[in-house]
Design a protein around this ligand. Structure first.
Ligand code: ACO
Length: 329
């Protein structure tokens, strides 16, 4: 059986830049704290009339072009997001409409910051089982719409953006050698949006209490993030039959530079082989690993035979890791 591959990637970030200096004017923070605690300098913010589907569509169009296929060859669309345009219909259906691909199955997938890896795993299974041939995977987030710009603990962390890729068994690209996923619902309250679901529908009270924004216990999340991404990465490498020394590029979730540096050390990957966008985009949740993969491909052009280790972690808690190998065009 031929393994599924990523045969094209794309990404999109909005034009507007929110710098640490801008944040200093909004909350009690400073550039030195943000850079030293997170590694972030800037993040992108979508326009008021620019939504998750708009950004996802732009990333999708560039992934289709990069894969060199006709859009009519796509037979399924998966969108990973925790900031969908609406609770329903799915953002995937809205993007399908804009692409003019009426009829094919479309669905949203919610695994927070691990969403891109969950979508890769699902599309790998779909493609390798023969169910679909060319899957359009999109991750898109308008986190600025659910970020509390009165809370300095969270508002410095998040930004907007989208990533996409085409998964297929035909064509050249990155073979998806192995993926591991995991979750722990017992830790759900460490990182959540308290209201807006049926458990706590929107009310004057929930709005007044600022419960429609991201709430996070950063310190606790940090500890889980390192532990879970490390073990998922070890498991994925084992499944792929590779040792740590074989990792050519580490492409981690862009949540905190200290988490990234710890992981790099544990996997013996020098920092020049760790691809980062955190300084310019912050944490874009599900889009984070996908944007980094697309920019790595465009800026550093990994060599044939290079092994990439992707890993992510997010609300749920959820986590995952994937091993990719660049193959001959
Ligand atoms: N500016 C200045 N000071 C601040 C800021 C800020 N923006 N934010 C917090 N502080 C203060 C706190 O109030 C605290 O002050 P105190 O000691 O007087 O109470 C102090 O800085 C230390 O706060 P901590 O929370 O202990 O800071 P920490 O070193 O843990 O860094 C951070 C916080 C950056 C959030 C870190 O914990 C982190 O990155 N956690 C992981 C986040 C993550 O991985 N998320 C992934 C998933 S995201 C998703 O799924 C949507």
């Amino acid at each position: 059986m031929k393994k599924a591959k990523i045969i094209g990637t794309g990404s999109y970030v909005p034009e507007k830049v929110l710098t640490n200096a801008d944040l200093e004017k909004i909350v009690d923070t400073n550039d030195e704290w943000i850079v030293s605690r997170t590694g972030m300098k800037e993040r992108r913010i979508a326009a008021d009339d620019e939504f998750t589907s708009d950004m996802g569509l732009k990333a999708a169009q560039s992934a289709i072009e990069s894969a060199g296929i006709e859009k009519t060859e796509i037979d399924c669309i998966l969108v990973a997001t925790l900031s969908p345009d609406h609770v329903f219909p799915s953002t995937a259906c809205i993007i399908q409409r804009e692409l003019g691909l009426e009829g094919i199955p479309c669905l949203d997938l919610q695994a927070a910051c691990s969403g891109y890896l969950y979508a890769l795993a699902q599309s790998k299974a779909f493609v390798e089982s023969g169910m679909y041939k060319n899957i359009l995977v999109i991750a898109s987030e308008k986190l600025s719409a659910i970020t509390d710009y009165e809370d300095r603990n969270t508002c410095v962390l998040f930004g907007d953006g989208a990533a996409a890729c085409i998964i297929s068994q035909e064509g050249a690209g990155y073979v998806i050698d192995a993926i591991t996923l995991g979750s722990d619902g017992c830790q759900a309250k460490l990182l959540h949006m308290p209201a807006g679901g049926v458990r706590s529908p929107a009310s004057t009270e929930t709005v007044k209490n600022r419960e429609h924004f991201i709430h996070m216990n950063g310190k606790e999340v940090f500890k889980h993030a390192v532990r879970r991404m490390e073990s998922a990465s070890e498991e994925a490498l084992l499944k792929a039959g590779l040792s740590k020394e074989k990792v050519s590029w580490l492409v981690p979730h862009q949540a905190n530079i200290r988490i990234i540096e710890t992981l790099a050390k544990r996997f013996c990957v020098p920092m020049e082989r760790v691809f980062m966008t955190i300084h310019k985009y912050g944490n874009t949740s599900a889009s984070s690993v996908g944007i980094a993969l697309d920019e790595l491909e465009k800026e550093k052009t990994p060599k044939v035979g290079d092994h990439l280790l992707l890993t992510a972690f997010g609300a749920g808690l959820t986590w995952g890791a994937a091993v990719l190998t660049k193959e001959l065009a």
